[in-house]
Design a protein. Structure first.
Lengths: 71, 157
């Protein structure tokens, strides 16, 4: 195994494949999951309706302020 | 400039905690939420008092008006698992909204006059860019550690 191939294998083991956003259709409304650009965690949802409009729900992470701690 | 990392407006909060107290009031004042694109220019951690700014704010459209909307529900402070938790009793939403390129929001005190008018409290960056096409745009605050948590302060050294 070449050094490059080894590094790619380690990377795939460490991080796995990027998660794909979930898509569900309920009552003709297509719900598309939005993923965080950095962490890949769920960041929100778009709900596309048959009339062409869509809702958007953002689910931000909690803003955290640590006091008296080194960053 | 783009929307900054999520952060409390440090200088405003420090002023609020000082002996010469300001009139920032999370309990009784009208708090508002404004939506911003990546053209926002404020840096909440720069060290100076910052108030609401229209720079980089999403343009008024449909039910979204400049200055944003009232923060839904009642703000509550509580101690939970050693954290000071600021939460609200409702999500914030705009119906019939056509919004694009929304990177985050800023919560500010619409009645504060000191240390600066309309003092900003917290900038919340969304995990990805949001848009709504004539439907409802909702900010569904996190449900940990309590329902609709906006921010937490960890006082443990």
């Amino acid at each position: 195994m070449t050094d490059t191939a080894f590094k790619e294998k380690i990377r795939s083991i460490s991080f796995g494949a990027p998660r794909r956003p979930q898509v569900k259709v309920v009552d003709d409304v297509k719900h598309v999951e939005l993923l965080d650009d950095t962490s890949g965690r769920r960041a929100g949802m778009e709900s596309h309706k048959p009339d062409g409009t869509w809702d958007c729900t953002m689910t931000p992470e909690v803003v955290r302020l640590p006091l008296n701690k080194e960053s | 400039m783009t929307f900054p990392a999520s952060s409390l407006y440090a200088a405003n909060l420090l002023a609020a905690w000082a002996a010469t107290a300001t009139d920032i009031d999370l309990d009784t004042h009208a708090l508002k939420v404004a939506l911003y694109t990546d053209s926002m220019t404020q840096d909440p951690t720069a060290g100076s008092a910052l108030g609401y700014s229209a720079t980089g704010e999403h343009a008024a459209t449909g039910n979204y008006t400049t200055g944003g909307a009232a923060l839904g529900g009642t703000v509550t402070w509580a101690v939970n698992s050693g954290l000071l938790v600021c939460s609200t009793s409702a999500v914030t939403s705009w119906a019939s909204a056509t919004l694009a390129n929304v990177y985050g929001c800023v919560i500010y005190d619409d009645e504060a006059t000191s240390p600066i008018a309309n003092a900003c409290i917290v900038a919340v960056k969304f995990g990805t860019v949001g848009s709504s096409g004539g439907g409802t745009f909702t900010i569904d605050w996190a449900d940990t550690p309590v329902t609709n948590t906006i921010f937490t302060i960890d006082p443990t050294p």
